[in-house]
Ligand binder design. Structure first.
Ligand code: GDG
Length: 483
């Protein structure tokens, strides 16, 4: 079976929202997001289709076209699928394993069965909509088996895969009871993309191990060849899969669309600063409330700086926006409790009735408001234990083209490779976070010019390497790989 779409994106989530009117009528509408915006031009030009789960269990709209002519094609999931495929295998097995075991992954055979089944269903929906010879771009860790399934059912397709999270070292990955199936699934693609060259290296090492000592002749990496221009910065390698196909593997660091961050509304930013009581320094954290993001660690560092007097509670305010995420999972609940306990304790110790030192939001803010916070913040604090890239760091930098502000950034965020002028820290070491925070806060007085130079260099990097470049270089490479 095949459809008539020449370009298909398949992702766990369909970019749609369900809204319920006062009279109970439910309407599905497209929801804009970074990835959607980046891929819209290609989707619109090539009679494109997006295949994904609409985000509500046991409910799915009929396929519909956006105003730009993109077909949104839902894959329905039941509540039981959601539990085993999404919360279970994707987020309690793969997520912690791929983030270097910050918590212990669960290896549940029943979850794996459902993961495989749901991946088959995603692939079957792609089969329905993809025209003969179409290009299909599979996104992320929820769909690792889809390239391999499509390779079997639709050998006519050109298939790309991009992983948005880190790829762990081979020794960690080999814990996974289904490691060979997953590697085989990925090698169904013509091109596999990661954010960083180090993730590419981890994957190549894994392939050589799984293909060798573990006995299944999946493929052999051959020489590492450097391709592309400095603008695309991709390092390529080719693997020969067991069926003789050549599979490209490369680093494509994702980025943002600086244009969507727009011009700052100075009046709104000033109003926010006034509402905070005009502190000398506003520090900001913006994260999904996830145990990988190191939110507690930055709070502890801030608390110790207040306790030692290095920062004065009248001078410094930390705003933490923590978007609710995966709330039914135990480790997420525990992380939330620990974060909220720390916020309460810090405010109890250092706040006054009119002036908390930590402002904590456990909700998602409108993008426009988020932008005001980025613009307001003197110091952006990004301290993940492990992060594929981290777009928040890049968004902050894009809001400070005038050289203002400072970025404290974990060495373990993928963004650290490009944003190496940040105040880098080791989030496993509270003293290291404290040093980076103080370096940033004091830097404004001690070396303002050097601080501005650092921000300007990062701004240039982010604006020259935007999300269009990311999508364009992946798609160019995919077209070459599919030939
Ligand atoms: C995964 C990888 C990789 C956050 N709070 C609000 C809000 N956000 C937006 C940010 C940003 C996005 O969410 C978060 O992106 P990150 O990259 O920081 O992190 P993950 O969600 O973990 O993303 C990551 C990414 O995929 C892309 O490949 O960089 O490493 O883990 O865009 O702005 N947006 C709004 N309100 C909020 O309160 N509107």
């Amino acid at each position: 079976m095949s459809g008539d779409n020449d370009f298909v994106v398949v992702a766990n989530r369909l970019p749609v929202d369900l809204s319920t009117a006062a009279d109970g009528t439910q309407t599905w509408s497209p929801s804009p997001g970074g990835l959607v915006a980046a891929l819209s031009p290609v989707l619109e030009k090539h009679s494109g289709c997006w295949v994904g789960w609409p985000g509500v269990a046991d409910a799915a709209p009929e396929p519909f076209h956006t105003e730009g002519g993109v077909l949104l094609h839902p894959v329905p999931l039941t509540a039981a699928d959601y539990e085993a495929f999404y919360e279970g295998f994707s987020n309690a097995t793969l997520w912690p394993l791929f983030h270097d075991l910050i918590v212990t992954p669960h290896y549940e055979r029943a979850w794996w069965e459902v993961y495989r089944d749901v991946n088959e269903r995603f692939a079957a929906e792609v089969d329905k909509v993809a025209a003969p010879g179409a290009t299909v771009w599979v996104q992320d860790y929820q769909l690792l088996l889809v390239p391999g399934i499509l390779r079997q059912t639709r050998p006519d397709l050109t298939i790309g895969f991009f992983l948005h999270i880190p790829f762990p070292g081979a020794d960690l990955f080999r814990q996974l009871p289904w490691r060979e199936e997953i590697v085989r699934g990925l090698l169904g693609a013509d091109l596999i993309g990661f954010h960083l060259e180090s993730y590419v290296a981890n994957f190549l090492e894994l392939v050589s191990q799984v293909a060798g000592p573990l006995g299944s002749r999946i493929g052999q990496p051959d020489t590492l060849i450097v391709e592309g221009t400095p603008a695309t910065r991709r390092v390529g390698a080719r693997i020969t899969a067991s069926d003789g196909r050549s599979v490209g593997v490369g680093a494509f660091p994702i980025s943002i669309d600086p244009a969507t961050l727009g011009a700052a509304d100075d009046a709104a930013v000033e109003k926010l600063r006034a509402e905070l009581g005009h502190p000398a320094t506003v520090l900001l954290g913006v994260d999904r409330l996830d145990y990988t993001k190191g939110i507690l660690q930055r709070l502890l560092a801030f608390e110790e700086l207040l306790a030692s007097g290095s920062l004065a509670p009248e001078d410094a305010v930390l705003v933490q926006i923590a978007t609710p995420s995966r709330e039914r999972l135990e480790h997420y609940r525990r992380t939330r409790s620990a974060v909220e306990e720390a916020v309460g304790r810090i405010n109890g110790t250092f706040g006054t009735i009119s002036r908390p030192v930590v402002h904590y939001f456990h909700r998602s803010l409108p993008k426009q408001q988020l932008q005001h916070y980025y613009r307001l913040a003197d110091v952006m604090v990004v301290t993940p234990f492990k992060d594929g890239m981290n777009l928040v760091a890049k968004e902050y930098v894009a809001c400070h083209g005038d050289g203002s502000g400072a970025l404290v950034l974990s060495e373990f965020a993928g963004a650290g490779v490009e944003l190496h002028q940040a105040h880098l820290c080791n989030p496993f070491d509270i003293d290291s976070i404290k040093r980076a925070l103080l370096g940033a806060v004091r830097g404004f007085q001690w070396e303002p010019e050097a601080m501005a130079e650092r921000m300007t260099a990062m701004y240039e990097q982010v604006t020259a390497h935007d999300v269009d470049l990311w999508a364009g270089s992946f798609l160019d490479c995919m077209r070459e790989a599919g030939r």
